[in-house]
Design a protein around this ligand. Structure first.
Ligand code: UFG
Length: 329
């Protein structure tokens, strides 16, 4: 009786696998290692290297293992890259979901917790985004995840595959002991880039745009610790197995931090000056993305352990100090 984690070698996936194993769960990982790292996968998980779009590969995994539920985190997820290469996103993310659902249907696996995103909302209409707000993506990444949400919705209606779509806001931080963490190649995310500057690996931070419609003009985001995200998936599986209907939940902290505020917080945590300059806007960035996540707290019983952005940055800094070159160290 195992949980399949698709994308379990990635940043969020590896923390997900680690948490499941800590809780005594039997875990199977599939990942093609195109962006993930073998060293990130907890050794107690059974790992199958292959692509979610490869139906024969995936069918073989389901036939070898007794899978009772799927946590699907396997996707490309860079907003900026999706603007310049949208078809890469539609192929990997949308086609991957079709094949995974087909195999689940054929193998009679009924539960999926799906990693969706705040990027499905596009330019929000309200300060705190609720699950019922309009989903009008402004980048192909968000579009791909919205299509995936719609696919599972119809797969539920037709085949009874129950799902929870978790719309993450900005995943951040690392396991507190610094053993696993965030390592993208190339790195494009704000916190790891700030910490590269703090570690002397990059000359300065470029803040993409200071003319947004926000209090200090820089984008506002809602940072949520990666292990709090992992816990929400475990609760979501339990929720589905208890017979609750399929639905989506936002996962965030309900507090927004601007890019400038994040820089200040990182300066405080690291004690480093972290030089920065304002650079042109990056494509596809909404002004502000902040979650109303009371539904996840009420309905799933989700209680995030990290409610302070400095504590989150501290865990990312612990990983950075222990692994300055990421999984190469
Ligand atoms: N930023 C900079 N300079 C950098 C890197 C980022 O100013 O060198 C800015 C971005 O423009 C943005 C903010 O920092 O305003 C956060 O950017 P990230 O790339 O860290 O994260 P995103 O908000 O673009 O996207 C992340 C995930 C997505 C997810 C989204 C949900 O990568 O998968 O959060 O809010 F959809």
């Amino acid at each position: 009786m195992a949980i399949l984690v698709a994308g379990g070698a990635g940043y969020i996936g590896s923390h997900m696998v680690d948490r499941l194993i800590e809780k005594g769960q039997d875990v199977v990982v599939v990942d093609n290692l195109s962006t993930g790292h073998l060293a990130a996968i907890n050794k107690k998980a059974r790992f199958y290297q292959g692509d979610t779009r490869d139906k024969a590969f995936l069918t073989n995994v389901f036939e070898q293992e007794k899978i009772t539920g799927v946590i699907h985190l396997d996707a490309f997820s860079l907003v900026g890259e999706s603007m310049t290469d949208p078809l890469k996103y539609f192929d990997n993310n949308i086609y991957g979901m079709i094949v995974l659902l087909e195999v689940m249907k054929e193998q009679g696996v009924k539960y999926m917790v799906f990693s969706s995103t705040a990027a499905t909302y596009g330019q929000p209409q309200s300060e705190l985004i609720t699950e019922n707000d309009p989903q009008v993506p402004i980048n192909p990444y968000g579009e791909s995840k919205l299509s995936m949400e719609k696919m599972i919705h119809w797969a539920d209606k037709a085949y009874g595959i129950k799902f929870v779509a978790l719309r993450y806001f900005n995943a951040a931080g690392a396991k507190a002991d610094g053993s696993i963490g965030e390592d993208h190649r190339p790195e494009t995310h704000l916190i790891p880039i700030i910490l590269q500057v703090a570690a002397g690996q990059r000359a300065q931070l470029q803040i993409f745009g200071d003319d947004y419609n926000t209090p200090d003009g820089t984008n506002v985001r809602d940072y949520v610790h990666v292990l709090d995200l992992a816990d929400a998936h475990i609760l979501a599986l339990k929720y589905l197995k208890a017979g609750h209907p399929s639905r989506a939940f936002n996962l965030g902290s309900s507090t927004g931090f601007s890019n400038k505020q994040m820089l200040e917080a990182a300066r405080k945590v690291t004690g480093k000056p972290i030089p920065a300059k304002i650079a042109p806007r990056r494509g596809g960035d909404p002004d502000s993305l902040v979650a109303d996540s009371h539904q996840a707290r009420e309905k799933l019983g989700w209680q995030p352990q990290y409610d302070n952005v400095e504590d989150i940055i501290k865990t990312a800094w612990a990983w950075k100090q222990k692994h300055p070159q990421g999984y190469n160290d």
